[in-house]
Design a protein around this ligand. Structure first.
Ligand code: PGA
Length: 213
């Protein structure tokens, strides 16, 4: 399987013009681009950064998984550590979002920094669990410029696969750059990468994609 590269733009850029320019430069990489919600309809990307756990209703400010699905979105990041930290998302709310995303036929990218964040009994859920993608994102490495040591990352990858099955795609995220991207795939055995900061610098992002091929 070709490695899955996910660009997490987070709360950037601040104008549609910049978003379009960035997207046009990287759209041929085949990566899943996750822009802020407000740019989704203009860019028609296949990824989003979050979703709510209900399909519709009186929930001011929320974006539902069904809305994303109906916009042509295929992948959605769930439980990113920044959502846990700044918006007090908990294992419980993240589990609800995860189930809702699966129910809507989206492929959720569940971000974890420890094994206990994989919901207990997930393999018995009566949902299309084959659509689940896990992203191992150690807190230590996110946005810090300090990539996680390769051997430790590889161990976590193996541990996650031991729980969810060898066929479960596991991505690595945390200070990925053009120099280390290839090793996370080839040496540590990840099935893809989540790229934050570097995804806002088009040449760097293109180099990451090139270097893993
Ligand atoms: P980073 O972010 O590449 O800037 O470390 C990764 C992420 O938050 O998914």
């Amino acid at each position: 399987m070709k490695p899955l590269i996910v660009a997490n733009w987070k709360c950037n850029p601040t104008t549609l013009r910049e978003a379009k320019a960035l997207f046009n430069t990287v759209k041929n990489t085949g990566a899943v681009i996750c822009p802020p919600f407000v740019y989704l309809s203009a860019l028609r990307t296949t990824g989003a950064q979050d979703c709510f756990w209900k399909d519709s209703g009186a929930y001011t400010g929320e974006i539902s998984p069904l809305m994303l699905k109906n916009m042509g979105v295929k992948y959605v990041i769930i439980g990113h550590s920044e959502r846990r930290k700044h918006f007090k998302e908990t294992d419980e709310t993240i589990e609800r979002k995860l189930k809702a995303a699966l129910r809507s036929g989206l492929k959720p990218i569940l971000c974890i920094d420890k094994i206990s964040q994989i919901p207990k009994g997930i393999k018995n859920w009566k949902l299309k669990i084959g659509n689940l993608i896990v992203a191992y994102e150690p807190l230590f490495a996110i946005g810090t410029g300090k990539p996680y040591p390769m051997a430790k990352a590889q161990k976590m990858n193996q541990e996650i696969k031991r729980i969810l099955g060898d066929d479960s795609p596991v991505l690595y995220g945390g200070s990925v750059n053009p120099q280390n991207a290839r090793d996370y795939i080839r040496k540590a055995g990840f099935n893809g990468l989540v790229v934050g900061n570097a995804s806002l610098r088009p040449q760097e992002f293109i180099d990451i994609v090139k270097n893993i091929c």
